[in-house]
Design a protein around this ligand. Structure first.
Ligand SMILES: [Zn+2]
Length: 317
């Protein structure tokens, strides 16, 4: 593809920074947690692991579209709170990403490509068993994006993806969706949100679809985070450089006083905060540049750019 395509009442009392033991934290974080079968020992995380500071429930009864790079609203995070998200897996580097997260007792949300889930179902099950949230990113991650497909074909690709992920997981995954390349349409967003899906953009990204060293990616994403001070961060577990830089990134989060927030489906209102009056879409100008004028949405749904981050250039696996 083209590019990376890649609330609250704050869940009161969900903060549990002292829950260090892996099993405790995992079962707390995820009602979804499935104990590893076969008596395998739970890997211990480091004594000073990053962990998860709180969990935000995303209302499964009422969908929304969040993430400031695409939508004029986002999840209501506190200063120095970070949500980790990974797109395009499962893929070759995914086990190393899961290892790095496990070592820090960290939790993330994986937006899976349906056909990858079909090929690598064990990794889908592993991610869920380790307490991560399993979400959706279409079946085929079409190069031309869902926006440029007919509405019918786009909906079919989305549904096929959801079914493939659920089948690989052997359970119902989270009603969370991220558009490949952020190339949504008002109709598709309305359809998903009316069915209780929350559509995720991102608040910042690591540009890990660009050719760079792991160290360059680390410096880039940390500098963006220091500027934003919080947010939903987008990575790709399909990218080897991300798997390489992740252990150090998680250490740096801890060192710099950031805390991790995990998201999961829930039954309370999603805590959402509106963007300021000067909000503009980061992704629309990139989509227009990448896909051409055909991809442009009507001006009332998306406005213009901001340019805080450079456009992704290279294609994605
Ligand atoms: Zn993607």
């Amino acid at each position: 593809m083209i590019f990376p395509m890649t609330k609250t009442p704050q869940a009161p009392a969900e903060a549990a920074p002292q829950l260090k033991p892996a099993f405790l934290l995992a079962s707390f974080v995820a009602g979804l947690f499935v104990a590893p079968s076969g008596g395998a020992a739970e890997p211990a995380c480091a004594p000073d692991a990053l962990g998860v500071s709180r969990v935000i429930d995303i209302d499964r009864a009422k969908g929304a579209a969040v993430g400031l790079q695409t939508y004029p609203r986002t999840l209501d995070l506190r200063d120095h709170e970070v949500i980790l998200t990974f797109d395009d897996g499962p893929a070759g580097p995914t086990p190393r990403v899961l290892d790095a997260l496990a070592k820090e007792c960290a939790r993330a949300t994986f937006f899976l490509i349906g056909r990858n889930a079909e090929s690598l179902p064990a990794l889908v099950k592993r991610a869920a068993a380790e307490g991560h949230t399993i979400a959706h990113h279409s079946y085929s991650h079409p190069d031309k994006t869902l926006r440029l497909m007919s509405e019918e074909a786009a909906k079919a690709d989305i549904e096929k993806g959801i079914a493939a992920v659920d089948k690989a997981l052997g359970a119902k995954s989270a009603p969370f969706f991220r558009f490949p390349g952020f190339a949504d349409t008002p109709e598709l967003v309305a359809d998903l949100t009316s069915r209780g899906y929350t559509v995720f953009g991102s608040d910042l990204w690591a540009s890990d679809w660009s050719k760079m060293t792991p160290k360059a990616e680390l410096d880039l994403v940390l500098s963006r985070l220091e500027k934003n001070r919080k947010g939903i961060v987008l990575f790709h577990d399909s990218q080897g450089i991300t798997a390489q830089m992740l252990p150090e990134f998680l250490r740096e989060l801890k060192k710099r006083g950031y805390s991790l927030v995990h998201i999961r489906p829930g039954d309370t209102p999603t805590p959402i905060v509106a963007a300021g009056p000067d909000w503009t879409s980061t992704t629309e100008p990139i989509i227009a540049k990448t896909l051409g004028p055909k991809a442009r949405l009507a001006p009332q749904t998306h406005e213009h750019q901001h340019g805080a981050q450079e456009a992704p250039k290279s294609s994605e696996p």
